[in-house]
Design a protein around this ligand. Structure first.
Ligand SMILES: Nc1nc2c(ncn2[C@@H]2O[C@H](COP(=O)(O)OP(=O)(O)OP(=O)(O)O)[C@@H](O)[C@H]2O)c(=O)[nH]1
Ligand SMILES: [Mg+2]
Length: 633
């Protein structure tokens, strides 16, 4: 079943609601105030079933100039525009404004209904048709069907319906591979069910039990029930007017302009970049930093326009612009928007969003213009690569990317696969991506930091991993791990425990330092099984001050001295001798106590106990109560 959404458009009282009723039998003016005043105030909804496989959804909008705001909330999601013009009055101000809005929203096709045909003579009708032809020239309605009708007599209705069906058949199917989005146009409560929101499902599908979120607030909920045209369904698809019963959300937490999407998929923006076209008949130029009303989906948000390459935008011009929004907006690139002036409230322009999470270049308009130019005209691969490039060294998760690119999750995966295969994007971890330029930058930072570290600390074997991560721009842990692995495989760095060094780095001692180190070593070698404390040995060798610790570490790092316990070190060769003697004794006696080792090595308990524990840990000996035996012996 294909669902195509038709929106009415046109001046107040021109017969939009009457025409929808004549076509569908549904009176879309529901509010008591609408009935009383005989005008439409808010959006109304109807539908036409065209068996076997088409449903035409109709959004009826108000024509009153004070309610253009509501009209905008309705036409955001339509496929076809039905511009309604009363034959007796002809083209009027909101005929033009609504047509301009539909053009700005890039509605691709539609038709013109010349209503109230019963009120005019044929000659007059011909004159109005000429006016209409002039009005739509150069717009998406140029050459579109123009049908005269009367809601009163029914004249022209079958032809109009046929024309709608033909146009609907030609509307391309909405992508199923798109993040599901339902810009909310109504919220109410139903006794016993709780909160219900309605809207036109712009893309994707929603199903009962889906975990969803109301953006931008991010309130989480579960879909308890779905309805289309008053009938319960288990799944709603793109293009359908949908009522969603939400479990876990208060009525007061949702309003028109919010967007319902799957949990964790959409990202609210306070800054968006895109093209901005100022209408030919805009009343005056727009200066940078002007405050405007920004309409996208069903939302209206105040914003400041920042022109990137000029101080002022003239009517008829199109440029790149940035919008600083006064409240969070939930959109995707590729979405169209409309801009109205703050006061008087008139439609002045609109455009296409290109970046909904733009880079914060400061005073670098040319770079930003180049970035947007690429997003506007680049191939899908180039656009995706540009987004990955601009997240920089932090890299980006697949899920985050999908809320920033103008294609659905399936396409995104395919494109990423191609970019990775071509080396234009790197995979850092599962579903985590980084641009090679960012990687190269991090690599240079890390190598530079290590070089500087070795220069400043020639006696230190390496830099701590965490310190290095900090120097490499505080790279994300996953990115950093991948960077280190790459550098290690390339033989550029070596990692030992938590220390990282350049592969070419080795500790080089001055002749004097070497003599001092040798003296310390000799002292330990001579002391054998009863070594001095590090402080004593260093003092005897005449080493003190800054170098003390580092020179001692040179012996430890090099494996000459072995730490047996806390600050108890033995010469490696002394330990070997001790081990041989110990093993020989154990072979002879099977079991020995601490006293035996004291006697064997002529040492005090201070050395004997740590040594026994050391050999236990080395799995030479095994503990049997207070005594020791050979492991496996
Ligand atoms: N004679 C005649 N009158 C019509 C026709 N269509 C609508 N009308 C009358 O025109 C008036 C306005 O009709 P609506 O359908 O409410 O107009 P609308 O465009 O929906 O108005 P808004 O929603 O307020 O912009 C009503 O009094 C209708 O009865 C028609 O085809 N012939
Ligand atoms: Mg109406």
């Amino acid at each position: 079943m294909k669902h195509v959404v038709v929106g009415t458009a046109g001046h107040i009282d021109h017969g939009k609601t009457s025409l929808v009723k004549a076509l569908t039998g549904i009176d879309t003016d529901r509010l008591p105030e609408e009935k009383a005043r005989g005008i439409t105030i808010d959006l109304g909804f109807a539908f036409l079933e065209e068996p076997p496989d088409l449903t035409i959804e109709i959004v009826d909008v108000p024509g009153h100039e004070r309610f253009v705001k509501n009209m905008l909330a309705g036409v955001g999601g339509i496929d076809l525009a039905m511009l309604v013009i009363a034959a007796d009055e002809g083209v009027m101000p909101q005929t033009r404004e609504h047509l301009a809005i539909c053009s700005l929203l890039h509605i691709k096709s539609g038709l013109v209904a010349l209503t109230k045909a019963d009120l005019v003579e044929p000659d007059w009708l011909e004159l109005v048709k000429d006016d209409v032809a002039a009005l739509v020239r150069g717009t998406f309605l140029e050459g579109a069907p123009l049908q005269s009708v009367s809601a009163k007599t029914g004249e022209g209705l079958p032809e109009l319906r046929l024309a709608l069906r033909r146009l609907a058949a030609a509307v391309p199917e909405r992508g199923v591979d798109q993040l599901p989005r339902l810009p909310i146009d109504r919220v109410f409560t139903v006794k016993g069910f709780g909160t219900v929101v309605t809207g036109t499902l712009m893309a994707g599908r929603l199903a009962v039990d889906d975990r969803v979120q109301v953006f931008p607030k991010g309130v989480e909920a579960k879909i308890r029930g779905l309805q289309t045209h008053g009938h319960p369904v288990t799944e709603a698809r793109a293009g359908q007017r949908t009522a969603v019963n939400l479990q876990g959300v208060e009525r007061a937490a949702v309003e028109r302009g919010d967007v319902l999407g799957l949990a964790g998929t959409l990202v609210p923006s306070l800054l968006v970049d895109g093209t901005l076209e100022l209408l030919e008949d805009a009343p005056r130029p727009v200066k940078s930093r002007t405050r405007v009303r920004f309409h996208a989906g069903t939302s209206e948000i105040m914003a400041r326009v920042l022109l990137l390459d000029r101080p002022e935008l003239e009517p008829g011009q199109t440029v790149f612009a940035r919008f600083r929004l006064e409240a969070p907006l939930v959109v995707l690139p590729g979405d169209r928007f409309v801009v109205r002036s703050y006061s008087p409230i008139v439609t002045i322009g609109g455009g296409t969003l290109l970046d909904v999470d733009p880079p914060r270049f400061k005073r670098k308009a040319p770079a930003l213009v180049a970035h947007l130019g690429l997003l506007q005209t680049g191939s899908p691969e180039a656009v995706l690569e540009e987004h990955v490039r601009h997240v920089g060294g932090s890299g980006v998760r697949l899920q985050t990317l999908s809320g920033r690119v103008p294609f659905g999750p399936g396409t995104l995966r395919g494109l990423l696969g191609g970019l990775v295969a071509g080396g234009r994007v790197l995979v850092v971890d599962r579903d985590w991506y980084l641009h090679p330029e960012s990687f190269a930058r991090l690599r240079a930072l890390a190598v530079g930091a290590l070089e500087a570290f070795h220069r400043a600390n020639p006696l230190k074997p390496g830099m701590s991993r965490e310190e290095l991560r900090g120097r490499a721009g505080g790279a994300d842990e996953r990115v950093f791990a991948s960077l280190l692995a790459t550098l290690e495989t390339a033989g550029v760095v070596k990692t030992e425990r938590d220390k990282v060094r350049l592969a070419v780095h080795e500790v080089r001692l001055s002749a004097e330092q070497q003599r001092a180190v040798d003296r310390v070593e000799e002292e330990f070698l001579r002391a054998g099984a009863a070594p001095p404390s590090p402080e004593e040995a260093l003092a005897h060798a005449g080493i003190r001050g800054d170098e003390e610790h580092e020179l001692f570490q040179v012996l430890v790092q090099g494996g000459t001295l072995v730490r047996v316990k806390e600050s108890l070190f033995f010469h490696a060769r002394a330990l070997e001798t001790i081990q041989e003697k110990l093993v020989a004794l154990l072979r002879e006696r099977k079991e020995i106590g601490p006293g035996d080792i004291k006697d064997l090595l002529a040492i005090s308990r201070k050395y004997a106990i740590p040594l026994l524990e050391f050999f236990d840990a080395r799995r030479v000996t095994v503990r049997v109560g207070e005594r020791r035996a050979l492991r496996g012996g």
